[in-house]
Write a protein that binds this ligand. Sequence first.
Ligand code: SAM
Ligand code: SF4
Ligand code: SF4
Length: 334
Amino acid sequence: MVLDKFSRPLKDLRISVTDRCNFRCVYCMPKEVFGSDYNYLSRSEMLSYEEIVRFVRLLVNLGITKVRITGGDPLLRKDIEYLIKMLALIPGLDLTLTTNGSLLTQDKCLALREAGLQRITVSLDSLNNDTFASLNDVEFSVDEVINGINNAASAGLSPIKINMVVMRSVNLASIVPMAKHFRESGHILRFIEYMDVGDSNGWRLDEVVPSSEIVELIGAQLPLEPIAPNYVGEVANRWKYTDGSGEIGLISSVSQPFCGDCSRLRLSARGELFTCLFASSGYDVRSLLRNNASDEKIVDVVSSLWKNRDDRYSELRSKQSHRVSPVEMSYIGG
Ligand code: SAM
Ligand code: SF4
Ligand code: SF4
């Protein structure tokens, strides 16, 4: 086990496998910035599946127990099942993936399950088509995502987590309908406070709906009570419906930062390591992997990177007079 400067162990790795996406969520990849002339990574610039797998194998020695595949949208990367299959062979890894749900056909879900994917998280910000379209900004319909969620459930990729980012001026009114819809489904709906990741989404504090307000809104109609975390460092605060019809999660990175337990390392599609979602630069692991660095050298580099880690951006957010220029969410994977 390796500890950082605040004694936080390295446990989770999030791997972005592409910086591309077929959505243009206004809080993540606004059209004005991610237009047709945007310069995405080429195939050779991205880590290959073999490079990713080698890296993950090495990090298991440093205590990594959980890997989340993300992006951009990870299902846009060709033959993602192939990567899943190789990662699933590594003993002791909890393997999961986050997607916008647009490409979750029956066949894709079965292929992912057969490859060894255990669970999946699907993002969905509203049940109202107009509201959803104004957030994804590509006219993608709610029914198609719901179909994707159903396909994932039928394939056994459960329990499914549903991520909903809340922006006050856009989908506040979608909170209660979403809670009612997913209450008895067995899926876990998680509300995410809108974050100031990247430089392009024009983030404003008054667009953030604090988790306490979300709990009040839902609790007024469907009584809730808090429940204990599943494990130390769980990102979401858990609440259950008092009638036993399920639970929700609240990810309060703005109103109640959880840097104190943050055990996540992030690997970008280009092969840079970020010790914080808000880091302004990453460590170039791709060069090591492509220049025949030994296993020991790579483990050493990651180990000392983690040991020197003192990130706690969200805890310092309110005290900062200026923002560093962080990387975009679609690049680092959320
Ligand atoms: N494309 C996939 C998806 O949307 O699920 C995976 C990548 S996406 C960057 C990962 C998660 O980050 C999604 O649940 C998304 O809603 C969330 N996200 C993106 N931008 C965000 C922001 N500014 N604040 C909070 N969450 C955000
Ligand atoms: Fe794409 Fe996910 Fe970002 Fe939306 S949140 S633009 S689906 S990467
Ligand atoms: Fe972890 Fe950085 Fe987020 Fe804090 S701000 S929880 S250190 S990723």
